[in-house]
Design a protein around this ligand. Structure first.
Ligand code: MG
Length: 164
């Protein structure tokens, strides 16, 4: 049986992962509205991944006899100044999620919750990848700055992405 403290902390993380999914879906819609479907493809995939993250936590709670408590999801932003600003936000958001995963891990340590610690190892590695992938796209964008043709090339590259 999982402790109430750990259960509450995991339920909060489910909400954060679900919000991430919502945020990326909102960004995908914005990019597609800008006629950048490759960025839209990338962010739709990211949104799917975030939902899977929420479900991993959801399943963990159920497996441990915990109670899943879904909370209200905040409305994400719908407009960005430009593509660079949006991708900068993806990286900043992932860094925030990494911090909350680390906080959750610390709670699991304080609670001496070993199964949760093992489950969270996956999330800790996943965040390293998420940050690296967002940072790489951001770096490309910073390099090309406002050159629209180069942004279109990057858009084409991102349209080839598929779920990992
Ligand atoms: Mg996530």
């Amino acid at each position: 049986m999982i402790s109430k403290t750990m259960q509450d902390a995991i339920n909060d993380q489910i909400n954060k992962e679900t919000f991430s999914s919502y945020l990326y879906l909102s960004m995908a819609a914005w990019f597609e509205g800008q006629n950048l479907p490759g960025f839209g493809n990338w962010l739709r995939l990211q949104a799917e991944e975030e939902r899977e993250h929420a479900m991993k936590l959801y399943d963990h709670l159920l497996e441990r006899g915990g109670k899943v408590q879904l909370k209200a999801i905040a409305a994400p932003q719908t407009e960005w100044k430009n593509a660079l600003e949006a991708v900068t936000e993806v990286l900043a958001h992932e860094q925030k999620v990494t911090k909350s995963i680390h906080d959750l891990y610390e709670t699991a340590q304080t609670e001496k919750d070993y199964p949760a610690q093992v489950m969270l190892h996956w999330f800790i590695s996943e965040q390293v990848e998420e940050e690296a992938s967002a940072a790489a796209i951001l770096e490309n964008m910073q390099r090309i700055e406002a050159r629209d043709t180069a942004i279109l090339m990057l858009d084409h590259r991102l349209s080839k992405r598929s779920a990992e």
